[in-house]
Design a protein around this ligand. Structure first.
Ligand code: HEM
Length: 503
Protein backbone atom coordinates (compact mmCIF):
# COMPACT_ATOMS: atom_id res chain seq x y z
CA UNK A 1 0.00 0.00 0.00
CA UNK A 2 2.52 2.60 1.13
CA UNK A 3 5.17 2.14 -1.49
CA UNK A 4 5.97 5.52 -3.01
CA UNK A 5 8.59 3.87 -5.22
CA UNK A 6 6.34 1.17 -6.67
CA UNK A 7 3.40 3.56 -6.95
CA UNK A 8 5.15 6.65 -8.29
CA UNK A 9 3.41 6.51 -11.65
CA UNK A 10 0.01 5.85 -10.04
CA UNK A 11 0.49 8.74 -7.66
CA UNK A 12 1.28 10.92 -10.65
CA UNK A 13 -2.01 9.93 -12.24
CA UNK A 14 -3.90 10.62 -9.05
CA UNK A 15 -2.26 14.00 -8.67
CA UNK A 16 -2.92 15.15 -12.24
CA UNK A 17 -6.53 13.99 -12.67
CA UNK A 18 -6.44 14.26 -16.51
CA UNK A 19 -3.83 14.55 -19.33
CA UNK A 20 -1.29 17.22 -18.45
CA UNK A 21 -1.50 18.95 -21.86
CA UNK A 22 -1.20 18.59 -25.63
CA UNK A 23 1.80 16.60 -26.83
CA UNK A 24 4.45 18.69 -28.59
CA UNK A 25 7.65 18.18 -30.55
CA UNK A 26 10.81 19.00 -28.66
CA UNK A 27 10.56 22.35 -30.41
CA UNK A 28 7.22 22.92 -28.76
CA UNK A 29 4.77 22.59 -31.65
CA UNK A 30 1.62 20.54 -31.05
CA UNK A 31 2.06 17.21 -32.76
CA UNK A 32 -0.17 14.54 -34.23
CA UNK A 33 0.53 10.95 -33.40
CA UNK A 34 0.35 9.02 -36.64
CA UNK A 35 0.64 5.29 -36.38
CA UNK A 36 3.49 4.39 -38.77
CA UNK A 37 2.12 0.86 -39.28
CA UNK A 38 -0.97 2.07 -41.11
CA UNK A 39 0.47 4.97 -43.06
CA UNK A 40 1.78 3.11 -46.09
CA UNK A 41 0.74 5.98 -48.28
CA UNK A 42 2.38 8.65 -46.21
CA UNK A 43 6.06 9.35 -45.80
CA UNK A 44 7.52 8.19 -42.51
CA UNK A 45 10.04 11.00 -42.76
CA UNK A 46 7.21 13.52 -42.37
CA UNK A 47 6.08 11.87 -39.19
CA UNK A 48 7.65 14.34 -36.80
CA UNK A 49 6.76 12.29 -33.74
CA UNK A 50 8.61 9.31 -35.20
CA UNK A 51 11.64 11.35 -36.31
CA UNK A 52 11.88 13.23 -33.04
CA UNK A 53 11.57 10.22 -30.76
CA UNK A 54 13.66 7.74 -32.76
CA UNK A 55 16.62 10.04 -33.22
CA UNK A 56 16.50 11.16 -29.61
CA UNK A 57 16.45 7.58 -28.36
CA UNK A 58 19.75 6.92 -30.13
CA UNK A 59 21.36 9.71 -28.14
CA UNK A 60 19.96 9.00 -24.70
CA UNK A 61 22.92 7.25 -23.12
CA UNK A 62 25.86 9.02 -21.54
CA UNK A 63 28.97 7.30 -20.16
CA UNK A 64 28.48 5.88 -16.72
CA UNK A 65 30.86 6.90 -13.94
CA UNK A 66 34.03 4.81 -14.14
CA UNK A 67 33.51 3.96 -10.46
CA UNK A 68 30.37 4.45 -8.31
CA UNK A 69 28.15 4.07 -11.40
CA UNK A 70 25.09 2.77 -9.55
CA UNK A 71 23.46 4.93 -6.92
CA UNK A 72 20.55 6.24 -4.98
CA UNK A 73 20.31 9.92 -4.15
CA UNK A 74 18.15 12.55 -2.52
CA UNK A 75 17.97 16.12 -1.27
CA UNK A 76 17.60 17.78 2.10
CA UNK A 77 19.40 20.09 4.45
CA UNK A 78 22.30 20.37 6.87
CA UNK A 79 21.54 22.14 10.13
CA UNK A 80 24.17 23.43 12.55
CA UNK A 81 23.54 22.16 16.09
CA UNK A 82 26.84 23.16 17.72
CA UNK A 83 29.08 26.19 17.40
CA UNK A 84 32.35 25.31 15.65
CA UNK A 85 33.22 28.83 14.47
CA UNK A 86 36.37 28.77 16.63
CA UNK A 87 37.57 25.97 14.32
CA UNK A 88 36.15 26.85 10.92
CA UNK A 89 34.90 30.14 9.52
CA UNK A 90 33.00 28.66 6.54
CA UNK A 91 29.63 30.41 6.51
CA UNK A 92 27.71 27.15 6.43
CA UNK A 93 28.73 26.71 10.10
CA UNK A 94 28.09 30.39 11.01
CA UNK A 95 25.27 30.07 13.55
CA UNK A 96 23.52 27.33 15.44
CA UNK A 97 20.23 26.55 13.70
CA UNK A 98 21.46 27.63 10.27
CA UNK A 99 20.28 25.38 7.42
CA UNK A 100 22.05 24.77 4.14
CA UNK A 101 20.45 22.80 1.27
CA UNK A 102 22.24 19.56 0.36
CA UNK A 103 22.25 16.88 -2.32
CA UNK A 104 23.48 13.37 -1.52
CA UNK A 105 24.42 10.36 -3.61
CA UNK A 106 25.21 6.87 -2.24
CA UNK A 107 26.88 4.27 -4.42
CA UNK A 108 28.68 0.92 -4.36
CA UNK A 109 32.19 1.47 -5.81
CA UNK A 110 32.55 -1.39 -8.25
CA UNK A 111 29.03 -2.09 -9.51
CA UNK A 112 28.08 -0.92 -12.97
CA UNK A 113 25.02 1.24 -13.57
CA UNK A 114 22.71 -1.79 -13.79
CA UNK A 115 24.46 -3.68 -10.99
CA UNK A 116 23.27 -4.82 -7.59
CA UNK A 117 22.94 -2.80 -4.42
CA UNK A 118 23.89 -5.55 -1.98
CA UNK A 119 27.43 -6.32 -3.17
CA UNK A 120 30.27 -6.61 -0.69
CA UNK A 121 32.03 -3.30 -1.18
CA UNK A 122 32.54 0.17 0.24
CA UNK A 123 29.81 2.69 -0.57
CA UNK A 124 30.24 6.23 -1.80
CA UNK A 125 28.84 8.85 0.57
CA UNK A 126 28.86 12.08 -1.42
CA UNK A 127 27.27 15.27 -0.11
CA UNK A 128 27.01 18.62 -1.88
CA UNK A 129 26.34 21.58 0.41
CA UNK A 130 24.85 24.48 -1.59
CA UNK A 131 26.36 27.15 0.68
CA UNK A 132 26.15 30.91 0.35
CA UNK A 133 29.84 30.88 -0.58
CA UNK A 134 29.41 28.32 -3.35
CA UNK A 135 29.20 24.55 -3.36
CA UNK A 136 31.19 22.53 -0.85
CA UNK A 137 31.41 18.80 -1.57
CA UNK A 138 32.40 16.02 0.80
CA UNK A 139 32.99 13.07 -1.51
CA UNK A 140 33.43 10.39 1.11
CA UNK A 141 32.87 6.69 1.73
CA UNK A 142 31.10 4.36 4.15
CA UNK A 143 34.49 3.28 5.50
CA UNK A 144 36.69 5.56 7.61
CA UNK A 145 39.80 4.68 5.59
CA UNK A 146 40.70 4.33 1.93
CA UNK A 147 42.54 1.55 0.19
CA UNK A 148 45.69 3.34 -0.98
CA UNK A 149 47.41 6.62 -0.37
CA UNK A 150 49.46 6.70 -3.56
CA UNK A 151 47.32 8.21 -6.35
CA UNK A 152 49.41 6.45 -9.02
CA UNK A 153 47.78 3.23 -7.85
CA UNK A 154 44.19 4.38 -8.36
CA UNK A 155 43.78 3.12 -11.96
CA UNK A 156 45.48 -0.13 -10.88
CA UNK A 157 43.05 -0.55 -8.00
CA UNK A 158 40.04 0.12 -10.20
CA UNK A 159 41.12 -2.24 -12.98
CA UNK A 160 42.08 -5.01 -10.55
CA UNK A 161 38.54 -4.97 -9.18
CA UNK A 162 36.67 -4.51 -12.43
CA UNK A 163 36.06 -7.15 -15.11
CA UNK A 164 38.86 -9.30 -16.49
CA UNK A 165 39.49 -7.94 -20.02
CA UNK A 166 39.59 -11.41 -21.59
CA UNK A 167 36.61 -13.05 -19.92
CA UNK A 168 34.56 -9.96 -19.06
CA UNK A 169 34.02 -11.56 -15.64
CA UNK A 170 34.92 -10.34 -12.19
CA UNK A 171 38.07 -12.14 -11.17
CA UNK A 172 39.18 -12.69 -7.58
CA UNK A 173 42.72 -13.41 -8.79
CA UNK A 174 43.24 -9.82 -9.83
CA UNK A 175 41.62 -8.45 -6.69
CA UNK A 176 43.85 -10.57 -4.42
CA UNK A 177 46.89 -9.80 -6.54
CA UNK A 178 46.27 -6.13 -5.88
CA UNK A 179 45.50 -6.58 -2.17
CA UNK A 180 48.60 -8.66 -1.54
CA UNK A 181 50.90 -6.39 -3.54
CA UNK A 182 49.62 -3.34 -1.61
CA UNK A 183 49.36 -4.45 2.03
CA UNK A 184 48.11 -1.01 3.14
CA UNK A 185 44.83 -1.94 1.39
CA UNK A 186 44.12 -4.77 3.86
CA UNK A 187 43.04 -2.39 6.61
CA UNK A 188 40.06 -1.24 4.55
CA UNK A 189 39.41 -4.70 3.16
CA UNK A 190 39.18 -6.25 6.64
CA UNK A 191 36.25 -3.91 7.17
CA UNK A 192 34.77 -4.78 3.78
CA UNK A 193 35.09 -8.53 4.35
CA UNK A 194 33.66 -8.00 7.85
CA UNK A 195 30.09 -7.01 8.69
CA UNK A 196 30.42 -3.44 7.38
CA UNK A 197 30.92 -4.72 3.82
CA UNK A 198 27.20 -4.88 3.05
CA UNK A 199 25.16 -2.05 4.59
CA UNK A 200 21.45 -2.77 4.99
CA UNK A 201 20.48 0.11 2.72
CA UNK A 202 21.83 3.62 2.75
CA UNK A 203 19.85 4.90 5.72
CA UNK A 204 21.82 2.74 8.13
CA UNK A 205 25.24 3.48 6.74
CA UNK A 206 27.83 5.86 8.17
CA UNK A 207 29.89 8.25 6.05
CA UNK A 208 33.43 9.58 6.38
CA UNK A 209 35.42 12.29 4.62
CA UNK A 210 38.46 10.07 5.21
CA UNK A 211 40.86 12.86 4.22
CA UNK A 212 41.97 15.16 7.01
CA UNK A 213 40.92 18.63 5.83
CA UNK A 214 42.82 21.78 6.68
CA UNK A 215 40.37 24.45 7.93
CA UNK A 216 40.74 28.05 9.11
CA UNK A 217 38.84 30.11 11.67
CA UNK A 218 38.18 33.86 11.34
CA UNK A 219 41.58 34.95 12.78
CA UNK A 220 43.26 32.58 10.31
CA UNK A 221 44.27 29.83 12.75
CA UNK A 222 44.57 26.37 11.26
CA UNK A 223 42.93 23.18 12.43
CA UNK A 224 42.71 19.78 10.81
CA UNK A 225 39.44 17.87 10.72
CA UNK A 226 37.94 14.62 9.55
CA UNK A 227 34.17 14.64 8.97
CA UNK A 228 31.97 11.81 10.26
CA UNK A 229 28.31 11.15 9.42
CA UNK A 230 26.63 8.79 11.89
CA UNK A 231 23.15 7.50 11.01
CA UNK A 232 20.66 8.45 13.73
CA UNK A 233 18.79 5.20 13.03
CA UNK A 234 21.96 3.25 13.89
CA UNK A 235 24.26 1.17 11.71
CA UNK A 236 22.76 -1.98 10.18
CA UNK A 237 24.40 -4.48 7.88
CA UNK A 238 23.37 -7.54 5.91
CA UNK A 239 24.95 -10.97 6.21
CA UNK A 240 26.37 -12.50 3.04
CA UNK A 241 23.61 -15.08 2.68
CA UNK A 242 20.85 -12.50 3.11
CA UNK A 243 22.56 -10.15 0.67
CA UNK A 244 22.83 -12.86 -1.98
CA UNK A 245 19.15 -13.70 -1.65
CA UNK A 246 18.14 -10.04 -1.86
CA UNK A 247 20.38 -9.53 -4.90
CA UNK A 248 18.47 -12.21 -6.76
CA UNK A 249 15.08 -10.76 -5.86
CA UNK A 250 15.69 -7.01 -5.80
CA UNK A 251 19.00 -5.76 -7.20
CA UNK A 252 17.84 -2.20 -6.43
CA UNK A 253 17.22 -2.89 -2.75
CA UNK A 254 19.06 0.10 -1.29
CA UNK A 255 17.89 2.58 -3.92
CA UNK A 256 14.29 1.47 -3.40
CA UNK A 257 14.60 1.61 0.39
CA UNK A 258 15.89 5.19 0.29
CA UNK A 259 13.15 6.36 -2.07
CA UNK A 260 10.44 4.59 -0.10
CA UNK A 261 11.57 5.93 3.25
CA UNK A 262 11.69 9.51 2.04
CA UNK A 263 8.42 9.15 0.13
CA UNK A 264 6.76 7.92 3.31
CA UNK A 265 8.06 10.87 5.33
CA UNK A 266 10.48 8.66 7.24
CA UNK A 267 13.41 10.99 6.60
CA UNK A 268 16.89 9.51 7.04
CA UNK A 269 19.31 11.64 9.04
CA UNK A 270 22.90 11.57 10.16
CA UNK A 271 24.72 13.31 13.00
CA UNK A 272 27.62 15.26 11.58
CA UNK A 273 30.73 15.55 13.71
CA UNK A 274 34.43 16.25 13.32
CA UNK A 275 37.65 14.97 14.77
CA UNK A 276 39.83 18.01 15.33
CA UNK A 277 43.61 18.28 15.45
CA UNK A 278 45.83 21.29 16.05
CA UNK A 279 49.10 21.74 14.16
CA UNK A 280 50.85 20.41 17.28
CA UNK A 281 48.63 17.32 17.28
CA UNK A 282 49.61 16.76 13.67
CA UNK A 283 53.31 16.97 14.53
CA UNK A 284 53.04 14.80 17.63
CA UNK A 285 50.63 12.14 16.38
CA UNK A 286 53.44 9.65 15.75
CA UNK A 287 51.96 8.78 12.36
CA UNK A 288 50.90 10.64 9.25
CA UNK A 289 47.40 11.87 10.08
CA UNK A 290 46.89 12.67 6.39
CA UNK A 291 47.44 9.05 5.40
CA UNK A 292 44.01 7.99 4.13
CA UNK A 293 44.71 4.31 4.73
CA UNK A 294 44.71 5.06 8.47
CA UNK A 295 41.98 6.13 10.87
CA UNK A 296 42.47 8.77 13.55
CA UNK A 297 41.87 6.90 16.84
CA UNK A 298 38.67 8.19 18.46
CA UNK A 299 40.20 7.95 21.95
CA UNK A 300 42.88 10.45 20.98
CA UNK A 301 40.72 12.65 18.77
CA UNK A 302 37.10 12.37 19.97
CA UNK A 303 34.12 13.36 17.87
CA UNK A 304 32.97 16.95 18.24
CA UNK A 305 29.33 17.42 17.21
CA UNK A 306 28.59 19.94 14.47
CA UNK A 307 25.13 19.38 13.05
CA UNK A 308 22.54 17.15 11.55
CA UNK A 309 22.08 16.16 7.95
CA UNK A 310 18.55 15.23 6.84
CA UNK A 311 17.28 13.89 3.51
CA UNK A 312 13.64 14.84 3.00
CA UNK A 313 13.12 15.07 -0.76
CA UNK A 314 13.33 12.44 -3.45
CA UNK A 315 14.55 13.43 -6.90
CA UNK A 316 11.71 14.37 -9.23
CA UNK A 317 13.74 13.14 -12.19
CA UNK A 318 16.58 10.72 -11.53
CA UNK A 319 18.69 11.44 -14.61
CA UNK A 320 18.46 15.22 -14.27
CA UNK A 321 19.07 15.34 -10.57
CA UNK A 322 21.14 12.32 -9.53
CA UNK A 323 22.85 10.91 -12.63
CA UNK A 324 23.95 14.42 -13.61
CA UNK A 325 25.20 15.30 -10.14
CA UNK A 326 28.89 16.15 -10.37
CA UNK A 327 30.79 16.03 -7.09
CA UNK A 328 34.36 17.15 -6.72
CA UNK A 329 36.80 17.26 -3.83
CA UNK A 330 37.95 20.53 -5.43
CA UNK A 331 34.61 22.16 -4.56
CA UNK A 332 35.77 23.95 -1.42
CA UNK A 333 34.69 27.22 0.22
CA UNK A 334 36.58 29.92 2.16
CA UNK A 335 37.79 28.44 5.44
CA UNK A 336 37.95 24.86 4.11
CA UNK A 337 41.19 24.22 2.26
CA UNK A 338 40.85 20.48 1.65
CA UNK A 339 43.40 17.75 2.32
CA UNK A 340 47.10 18.44 1.89
CA UNK A 341 47.77 14.84 0.83
CA UNK A 342 48.66 13.69 -2.67
CA UNK A 343 45.54 11.59 -3.05
CA UNK A 344 43.41 14.68 -2.49
CA UNK A 345 45.51 16.56 -5.01
CA UNK A 346 44.92 13.83 -7.58
CA UNK A 347 41.21 13.87 -6.85
CA UNK A 348 41.03 17.61 -7.52
CA UNK A 349 41.87 16.76 -11.11
CA UNK A 350 40.17 13.37 -11.53
CA UNK A 351 36.55 14.33 -10.87
CA UNK A 352 36.61 17.44 -13.04
CA UNK A 353 38.19 15.48 -15.86
CA UNK A 354 35.67 12.63 -15.50
CA UNK A 355 32.77 15.07 -15.52
CA UNK A 356 33.99 16.89 -18.63
CA UNK A 357 33.98 13.51 -20.32
CA UNK A 358 30.72 12.30 -18.83
CA UNK A 359 28.64 15.49 -18.87
CA UNK A 360 30.45 17.96 -21.11
CA UNK A 361 32.27 21.27 -20.85
CA UNK A 362 29.47 22.98 -18.93
CA UNK A 363 28.68 20.32 -16.35
CA UNK A 364 28.64 22.99 -13.66
CA UNK A 365 25.82 24.77 -15.50
CA UNK A 366 23.54 21.75 -15.17
CA UNK A 367 20.92 22.95 -12.66
CA UNK A 368 21.68 20.37 -9.95
CA UNK A 369 25.35 21.39 -9.98
CA UNK A 370 24.73 25.15 -9.90
CA UNK A 371 25.18 27.03 -6.67
CA UNK A 372 21.76 27.92 -5.29
CA UNK A 373 22.66 30.83 -3.04
CA UNK A 374 25.36 32.56 -5.10
CA UNK A 375 25.35 34.23 -8.48
CA UNK A 376 28.02 32.75 -10.78
CA UNK A 377 30.77 35.25 -11.64
CA UNK A 378 33.10 33.03 -13.62
CA UNK A 379 34.93 33.89 -16.84
CA UNK A 380 34.10 30.67 -18.69
CA UNK A 381 31.98 31.07 -21.81
CA UNK A 382 30.49 28.98 -24.62
CA UNK A 383 31.00 25.27 -25.21
CA UNK A 384 28.52 22.42 -25.46
CA UNK A 385 25.19 23.25 -23.82
CA UNK A 386 23.86 23.93 -21.28
CA UNK A 387 25.36 27.43 -21.05
CA UNK A 388 22.58 29.06 -18.97
CA UNK A 389 22.87 32.81 -19.64
CA UNK A 390 26.52 32.33 -20.73
CA UNK A 391 27.61 35.30 -18.63
CA UNK A 392 25.26 37.57 -20.60
CA UNK A 393 27.03 40.79 -21.69
CA UNK A 394 29.71 40.78 -18.98
CA UNK A 395 33.43 40.90 -19.91
CA UNK A 396 34.71 37.43 -20.83
CA UNK A 397 38.39 37.83 -19.93
CA UNK A 398 40.38 38.75 -16.86
CA UNK A 399 42.05 41.12 -16.04
CA UNK A 400 39.98 43.74 -17.84
CA UNK A 401 39.25 47.46 -17.57
CA UNK A 402 35.46 47.15 -17.91
CA UNK A 403 34.14 46.29 -14.45
CA UNK A 404 34.29 42.51 -14.80
CA UNK A 405 34.23 40.47 -11.59
CA UNK A 406 37.28 40.95 -9.35
CA UNK A 407 39.07 38.07 -7.57
CA UNK A 408 38.30 37.28 -3.97
CA UNK A 409 41.24 37.72 -1.64
CA UNK A 410 41.44 35.98 1.71
CA UNK A 411 44.18 37.80 3.61
CA UNK A 412 44.22 35.19 6.35
CA UNK A 413 44.65 32.32 3.99
CA UNK A 414 47.88 30.41 4.35
CA UNK A 415 49.38 27.85 2.06
CA UNK A 416 48.59 24.21 2.70
CA UNK A 417 51.07 22.79 5.16
CA UNK A 418 53.92 20.54 4.12
CA UNK A 419 53.26 17.13 5.53
CA UNK A 420 55.58 14.95 7.44
CA UNK A 421 55.91 11.48 5.96
CA UNK A 422 57.73 8.45 7.24
CA UNK A 423 57.56 4.77 6.43
CA UNK A 424 54.04 3.94 7.58
CA UNK A 425 53.12 0.86 9.60
CA UNK A 426 50.55 -0.71 7.32
CA UNK A 427 49.44 -3.43 9.71
CA UNK A 428 49.01 -1.94 13.16
CA UNK A 429 45.55 -0.46 12.66
CA UNK A 430 44.37 -3.58 10.83
CA UNK A 431 45.48 -5.61 13.86
CA UNK A 432 43.61 -3.27 16.20
CA UNK A 433 40.51 -3.55 14.04
CA UNK A 434 40.69 -7.35 14.13
CA UNK A 435 41.46 -7.64 17.84
CA UNK A 436 39.64 -4.75 19.47
CA UNK A 437 36.78 -3.77 17.25
CA UNK A 438 35.42 -7.00 15.85
CA UNK A 439 33.46 -9.38 18.05
CA UNK A 440 34.45 -13.01 17.93
CA UNK A 441 31.33 -13.75 15.82
CA UNK A 442 32.25 -11.03 13.36
CA UNK A 443 35.79 -12.44 13.15
CA UNK A 444 34.29 -15.80 12.18
CA UNK A 445 32.16 -14.18 9.49
CA UNK A 446 35.19 -12.24 8.29
CA UNK A 447 37.09 -15.52 7.88
CA UNK A 448 34.18 -17.05 5.94
CA UNK A 449 33.84 -14.02 3.69
CA UNK A 450 37.57 -13.94 2.94
CA UNK A 451 37.57 -17.68 2.22
CA UNK A 452 34.64 -17.21 -0.13
CA UNK A 453 36.59 -14.68 -2.12
CA UNK A 454 40.07 -16.19 -1.78
CA UNK A 455 38.93 -19.77 -2.41
CA UNK A 456 39.05 -19.76 -6.22
CA UNK A 457 42.25 -17.73 -6.36
CA UNK A 458 45.64 -19.07 -7.60
CA UNK A 459 47.71 -20.85 -4.93
CA UNK A 460 50.62 -18.37 -5.01
CA UNK A 461 48.19 -15.51 -4.30
CA UNK A 462 46.58 -17.47 -1.47
CA UNK A 463 50.01 -18.02 0.04
CA UNK A 464 50.83 -14.34 -0.23
CA UNK A 465 47.49 -13.45 1.37
CA UNK A 466 48.03 -15.90 4.26
CA UNK A 467 51.46 -14.37 4.95
CA UNK A 468 50.06 -10.85 5.16
CA UNK A 469 46.97 -11.84 7.14
CA UNK A 470 49.29 -13.63 9.59
CA UNK A 471 51.18 -10.38 10.11
CA UNK A 472 47.85 -8.70 10.91
CA UNK A 473 47.18 -11.52 13.38
CA UNK A 474 48.46 -15.11 13.56
CA UNK A 475 44.93 -16.27 14.45
CA UNK A 476 43.54 -14.73 11.26
CA UNK A 477 46.35 -16.15 9.13
CA UNK A 478 45.90 -19.65 10.62
CA UNK A 479 42.16 -19.70 10.18
CA UNK A 480 42.45 -18.65 6.56
CA UNK A 481 45.24 -21.17 5.89
CA UNK A 482 43.22 -23.97 7.50
CA UNK A 483 40.03 -22.96 5.69
CA UNK A 484 41.83 -22.91 2.36
CA UNK A 485 43.42 -26.29 2.96
CA UNK A 486 40.12 -27.86 4.00
CA UNK A 487 38.22 -26.53 1.04
CA UNK A 488 40.86 -26.75 -1.63
CA UNK A 489 39.01 -29.51 -3.43
CA UNK A 490 35.65 -27.81 -3.13
CA UNK A 491 36.44 -24.39 -4.58
CA UNK A 492 34.34 -24.67 -7.64
CA UNK A 493 31.51 -26.63 -6.09
CA UNK A 494 29.77 -23.47 -4.99
CA UNK A 495 30.92 -21.47 -7.93
CA UNK A 496 27.42 -20.85 -9.23
CA UNK A 497 26.64 -19.06 -5.99
CA UNK A 498 29.25 -16.46 -6.76
CA UNK A 499 26.79 -13.86 -7.86
CA UNK A 500 29.12 -10.98 -7.54
CA UNK A 501 32.73 -10.06 -7.55
CA UNK A 502 34.03 -10.80 -4.11
CA UNK A 503 31.00 -11.63 -2.11
C1 HEM B 1 43.43 9.11 -6.45
C2 HEM B 1 42.31 8.73 -5.84
C3 HEM B 1 40.95 8.78 -6.48
C4 HEM B 1 40.60 9.03 -7.78
C5 HEM B 1 41.54 9.31 -8.95
C6 HEM B 1 39.16 8.97 -7.87
C7 HEM B 1 38.44 9.12 -9.03
C8 HEM B 1 37.08 9.10 -9.13
C9 HEM B 1 36.33 9.33 -10.34
C10 HEM B 1 36.95 9.63 -11.69
C11 HEM B 1 35.02 9.24 -10.04
C12 HEM B 1 33.86 9.42 -10.99
C13 HEM B 1 33.45 10.88 -10.93
C14 HEM B 1 32.34 11.24 -11.87
O1 HEM B 1 32.25 10.68 -12.96
O2 HEM B 1 31.54 12.14 -11.51
C15 HEM B 1 34.93 8.97 -8.64
C16 HEM B 1 33.76 8.85 -7.94
C17 HEM B 1 33.70 8.81 -6.58
N1 HEM B 1 34.77 8.71 -5.69
FE1 HEM B 1 36.68 8.69 -6.15
N2 HEM B 1 38.66 8.70 -6.63
C18 HEM B 1 39.71 8.58 -5.76
C19 HEM B 1 39.65 8.35 -4.42
C20 HEM B 1 38.50 8.41 -3.68
C21 HEM B 1 38.43 8.51 -2.25
C22 HEM B 1 39.64 8.56 -1.31
C23 HEM B 1 37.11 8.59 -1.93
C24 HEM B 1 36.50 8.76 -0.58
C25 HEM B 1 37.07 9.47 0.40
C26 HEM B 1 36.34 8.55 -3.16
C27 HEM B 1 34.98 8.64 -3.24
C28 HEM B 1 34.27 8.71 -4.42
C29 HEM B 1 32.82 8.82 -4.48
C30 HEM B 1 31.86 8.89 -3.30
C31 HEM B 1 32.48 8.88 -5.83
C32 HEM B 1 31.06 8.96 -6.40
C33 HEM B 1 30.65 10.41 -6.47
C34 HEM B 1 29.22 10.51 -6.97
O3 HEM B 1 28.32 10.07 -6.24
O4 HEM B 1 29.01 11.03 -8.07
N3 HEM B 1 37.22 8.44 -4.20
N4 HEM B 1 36.21 8.87 -8.11
Amino acid sequence: QNDPAGQQILLFKEKTKGPIGVMTTSAGAPIEYKDARVTLNSKLIFNEYFMDSLTHLNRERIPERVVHAKAGGAFGYFEVTHDVTSICKAKLFATVGKRTPVAARFSPVVQERGGIDTSRDARGFAVKFYTEEGNFDIVGLSTPMFVIKDPLLFPTFVRAQKRNPATNLFDSNTLWDFLTLQPESLHMFLLIFGDRGIPDGYRYMPGFSIHTFEVLNEPGEKSFVRFHFTPTAGIKNLRSEEARKIAAVDPDYATRDLYRAIGNGNFPSWKVSIQVLSLNDVKNAGFDVFDVTKVLPLDDYPLIPVGIFVLNKNPVNYFAEIEQLAFSPANLVPGILGGPDKLFEARRLAYRDAEYYRLGANFNKIPVNCPIQVKLMDYNRDGKPPVKDNGKDTPNYYPNSFNGAEPYHDEKRTELIEIFQDEPNNFQQATELYVNEMTSDERSRLVQNILYSLGPVAKFLQDRAVKLLTIIHPDLGNRIAEGLAANRTNYYKNYDDRLFNYN
